[in-house]
Write a protein that binds this ligand. Structure first.
Ligand code: ADP
Ligand code: MG
Length: 326
């Protein structure tokens, strides 16, 4: 199979789309923006050995590379619409490409995005997706809109993917039942697109948690020129994981590190006025996702983390940084 067979046979499966004037097959795609809407555009690159294990299943990989990009749209409350997929693959192997493309298009259909282009080259397992989404003019959620006195909320449960990663890296073991749940979260994160959409008229600042809560919330604080006080014991996680850590200081510290600096959660952290508490809980109920208040925004421009005894917590690593020096 050559590059052009691959494009024709595997990739040219367009959806009906009024705004897509020209899809895959020309030098560039043409999309026609709707009047009164803004476009949100973002890219995320995944490398074998860094963002996924080389032996990951093609279906899990397809899910994840799309999920991490959808998560960026979710963070801004944008409606994801189009994606471009660039891949460096060692060879074009039908047994690998078929399940990859099936999972990719299943996920794309589920979230209403159309593949409109990309690039394919021979190389060592690199994937890049560019995603384009829409919001009504001026409505997109930004990191810079947190206000002093806002509540800080997170969606879902944190730390699970990081726990699974620690097991995969043979740094520790977890009971099989816990690992099964955590591994699912690592391999198949569920982007909070619907949540982001519903938060549009309600939240002030928002951001997705990909590199660890502490680091990611700091982006909101810096952009908004505010601080936050977070109650670490209120950060939601798997009950079984809390139970596993109970009565063992080493495990408790480990759990704290996963919760605050683990990464790969793909949940949302957002701020909103305390007057919105009921509305936010109702959204969580209708969307079947737990929404938990973990602290509030302060005028002092720093991140304060405390435990249930009001002791301040200091972190070894705030979160994932590719260029952090050893
Ligand atoms: P060019 O040489 O102009 O870059 P290509 O031959 O690379 O064009 O690509 C032909 C068409 O196939 C283009 O529309 C391109 O966007 C699309 N395409 C190539 N690779 C991919 C891919 N991995 N995913 C989606 N579309 C792709
Ligand atoms: Mg090309």
């Amino acid at each position: 199979m050559n590059e052009f067979d691959f494009i024709r046979r595997y990739l040219q499966r367009q959806q009906q789309d009024q705004q897509l004037i020209l899809g895959i097959g020309d030098d560039a795609a043409i999309i026609r923006p709707k009047t009164g809407f803004d476009l949100h555009i973002s890219s995320d690159m995944l490398l074998a050995g860094k963002h996924f294990f080389a032996d990951v299943s093609p279906a899990d990989l397809a899910h994840k590379i799309l999920a991490v990009n959808l998560s960026d749209m979710a963070a801004m409350g944008a409606m994801p619409r189009w994606v471009l997929l660039s891949a460096a693959l060692p060879q074009l192997d039908a047994d690998w490409l078929q399940p990859f493309c099936d999972a990719f298009f299943a996920m794309a259909r589920r979230f209403g995005v159309t593949l409109i282009g990309g690039d394919t080259t021979q190389g060592d397992w690199v994937f890049n997706i560019t995603i384009i989404g829409e919001t009504r003019k001026g409505q997109g959620l930004k990191r810079s809109a947190a206000k002093v006195g806002d509540d800080v909320w997170v969606s879902g449960k944190l730390g699970l993917a990081a726990a699974a990663l620690s097991v995969c890296q043979h740094r520790l073991t977890l009971p099989a039942a816990i690992m099964a749940i955590c591994e699912q979260k690592l391999l198949r994160p569920e982007p909070r697109v619907s949540l982001g959409r519903q938060l549009l008229p309600i939240a002030h600042a928002a951001q997705d948690i990909s590199d660890g809560l502490a680091q990611d919330i700091n982006h909101i604080l810096t952009a908004s020129q505010v601080g936050a006080h977070i109650h670490v014991d209120q950060i939601p996680t798997l009950a079984a994981l809390r139970h596993w850590a109970q009565d063992c200081p080493t495990r408790q510290q480990q759990l704290q590190q996963w919760l605050l600096a683990g990464g790969d959660d793909y949940e949302l952290v957002f701020t909103a006025s305390p007057s919105q508490r009921q509305a936010i809980l109702a959204i969580g109920q209708s969307d079947s996702v737990a929404l938990t208040r973990i602290g509030h925004i302060t005028a002092t421009p720093s991140l304060k983390l405390t435990d249930h005894r009001q002791q301040e917590i200091s972190l070894v690593h705030q979160g994932f940084d590719h260029f952090r020096s050893a």
